[in-house]
Design a binder for this molecule. Structure first.
Ligand SMILES: *Cc1c(COP(=O)(O)O)cnc(C)c1O
Length: 329
């Protein structure tokens, strides 16, 4: 590594502050041993179960850290976001816990089930037309018109530091860790975990995993600058979305901190989802299964022997999950 983690725009100190800030709202998650994967790979493989949070994904860590760091005045005016996935749920959940207003901007194409879930958490929904871009633009209008704070899904130092608290738990649960395998989309999760681990031990290997389809961060790193790609359907729907043309933090952080980024095919993601049920009796979503998929697919070869795979979430539609589980290997 040709740089010092102390010079990064987010430091392990920010992560410790985040842990203290979010402690009243966030429960630590378990780390479990995965016997079958460990046997197959001849290594010790542990799973960090971020699927077990109340809203079913790690995103409440970053959302909590960001929202709790706002001034009382800002909190009183409320927050807004344009994500309809796990980040939107996280913002709605934290706002509800704190008793503050949350407005989630959605395009007309967002699935009913997601809108209902956000509404159940007490957030207001604003429909903004055809595309995700319209929803994002509306968010920034609300910021100007009503003083709402826009809570970005990944490209924010507080969000990154919040996700980094996962790594503080891992270091306590499994200090021998030599490799972390982390799902990668916008890079908030990856950046937070990688900067924390490498601040403690620069020799810990960090690997980011995305689906083969529309892997924007992976392609951006290859191109040396943020690229724009079309979204295609994938089992790892929580990994879809761009990294933003004006990306300020995560592109650079992932570029500097990733030892490797790799891609997994859809069949392997399905096998990962099945593995979590067969071996651990757990329901996980496609994005969360990408780390296991990388092992099952055989494209993760250069690792150490003490490995932690981050299982990032559980929010998958039941019919899709049943279809995947019902298919024989
Ligand atoms: C958001 C999300 C990711 C990716 O996180 P980034 O910070 O965007 O890289 C992975 N898994 C799940 C379940 C998510 O919701």
């Amino acid at each position: 590594m040709s740089f010092s983690t102390a010079d990064l725009p987010v430091t392990i100190r920010d992560v410790f502050e985040a842990r203290k800030r979010i402690a009243p709202l966030i429960q630590p998650t378990p780390l479990i041993y995965s016997h079958e994967l460990s046997r197959q790979l001849n290594a010790n493989i542990y799973l960090k179960l971020e699927n077990l949070h109340e809203i079913g994904a790690f995103k409440i860590r970053g959302a909590a850290n960001k929202i709790l760091s706002l001034s009382p005045g800002q909190q009183q005016r409320g927050v807004t976001t344009f994500s309809t996935g796990n980040h939107g749920l996280a913002v709605a959940y934290i706002a509800e816990k704190l008793g503050i207003r949350a407005v989630i901007c959605v395009s007309d194409h967002v699935a009913r089930a997601k809108i209902d879930a956000i509404r159940r958490l007490g957030a207001e929904i604003v429909f903004c037309g055809d595309g995700q871009d319209d929803a994002e633009n509306r968010c920034y209008e609300l910021e100007k018109e009503q003083g709402l704070e826009v809570i970005k899904p990944f490209d924010d130092p507080y969000v990154i530091a919040g996700q980094g608290t996962i790594a503080l738990e891992i270091l306590e649960q499994y200090p021998q860790i030599d490799t972390a395998v982390i799902p990668l989309s916008g890079g908030g999760l990856f950046s937070g975990i990688a900067l924390t681990l490498k601040s403690c031990d620069t020799s810990i290997r960090t690997v980011g995993v995305s689906m083969e389809k529309s892997a924007v961060m992976h392609e951006s790193i290859k191109a040396g600058k943020p690229v724009v790609m079309k979204e295609t359907e994938t089992l790892a729907d929580s990994l879809l979305g761009g990294i933003g043309k004006n990306n300020q933090y995560t592109f650079e952080l992932v570029r500097q901190l990733a030892d490797e980024t790799l891609l997994v095919p859809e069949e392997s993601i399905a096998r990962g989802i099945r593995y979590m049920f067969d071996q651990h009796r757990m329901v996980v979503e496609g994005a969360a299964a990408t780390g296991i998929a990388a092992f099952l697919n055989g494209n993760l070869t250069q690792t150490g022997k003490e490995i932690v795979v981050v299982i990032s979430g559980s929010n998958i539609d039941l019919p899709l999950w049943l279809k995947i589980i019902g298919k024989e290997e």
